[in-house]
Design a protein around this ligand. Sequence first.
Ligand SMILES: [Zn+2]
Length: 87
Amino acid sequence: MKTNFHPMRKCIGCLTMQPKEQMIRIVKSPDKEFFWDQTQKSAGRGAYICNNKACIEKALMTKGLERSFKCRIPSDFLESITEDLNR
Ligand SMILES: [Zn+2]
């Protein structure tokens, strides 16, 4: 039987479960670099945010990313993602 299963992930902005393929995956690489993993397949610890500005801003405000990665996130990194979404 074929199932139409969508893996769900919790958004660190709005804290709701969303289909993973509609989200932005943020990855901390083994050499402690943060990047937007557009393939969603890169190695490293990942966190997910809905693909919208409101959730990214919320994640910034509540420090959801910091909590998820247990370290400081460069603020210009998140700002650059917000800018990419505005394009
Ligand atoms: Zn969200």
